[in-house]
Write a protein that binds this ligand. Structure first.
Ligand code: VIB
Length: 215
């Protein structure tokens, strides 16, 4: 049987492939994202983390097993420590002032993501929370995982890649997919449809987010 997550990705292959093969991905592996583009990207991306952690909180609350709650709790601990310091060091290197780190003007795709994460959390459905989390993680592993690729010298580029292709991240994404497969296969049609709609919105927004940093 085709995996639920495989089916969801296939249903969204246009937006998925446009993201994984995006100009940004090509440029980051070459260490060639223009500084103003990288700066816009990181300033907007940093505005995700708050809602993202809240969404993980709802996944912890609605998960059906203790093992799943532990996985998400450990992941939340990781992103509120290691990942946060990358942003701070990158903002220091790019000269981003405090106000732009904490209260930038939020772009339409960023605000779309914030709404999406809020909607998924407020649905109170584990499968829908999982669908949004899975896109945010799996799509990033998918573009960042290029075995044998030489890393760029600049840490802003290199660490944004290694944050998303290290072994811990890879095994978390694999678990997340298995979890969404498991929950999706057990769910009724309405829950599957709801999760699929969240998956679709998330992939479309990932593409729009990459597109909008090039102005
Ligand atoms: C637009 C956009 N989409 C997905 C991610 C990936 N992502 C978001 S939070 C998180 C967990 C910790 O890394 C990951 C992988 C991103 N950064 N920006």
């Amino acid at each position: 049987m085709t995996r639920f997550t495989e089916m969801l990705r296939d249903e969204n292959s246009d937006d998925w492939n446009a993201s994984r093969n995006h100009r940004f991905v090509d440029e980051i592996f070459r260490g060639a994202v223009p500084a103003d583009v990288m700066r816009r990207y990181l300033v907007q991306d940093y505005q995700f983390i708050d809602r993202f952690v809240a969404l993980i909180g709802m996944a912890i609350a609605t998960a059906d097993t203790f093992d799943s709650r532990i996985r998400f709790a450990q992941f939340a601990a990781m992103i509120t420590s290691d990942e946060n310091t990358y942003f701070e060091r990158a903002f220091d290197a790019l000269g981003v002032p405090p106000a732009e780190r904490s209260h930038p003007v939020v772009s339409a795709p960023t605000s779309g993501f914030q709404t999406l994460m809020r909607d998924a959390a407020e649905s109170g459905h584990y499968a829908s929370c999982l669908a949004v989390l899975t896109v945010a993680e799996w799509l990033y592993l998918d573009w960042a995982d290029r075995p044998g690729a030489v890393l760029p010298g600049d840490f802003i580029h290199a660490e944004w890649i290694t944050l998303h292709n290290n072994d811990g991240f890879r095994s978390f994404v694999n678990w997340l997919r298995e979890e969404l497969d498991r929950v999706g296969e057990a769910a009724d049609d309405d829950s599957r449809r709801a999760a699929a709609a969240f998956f679709r919105r998330a992939v479309a927004l990932e593409r729009a987010f990459f597109d909008h940093i090039y102005v």
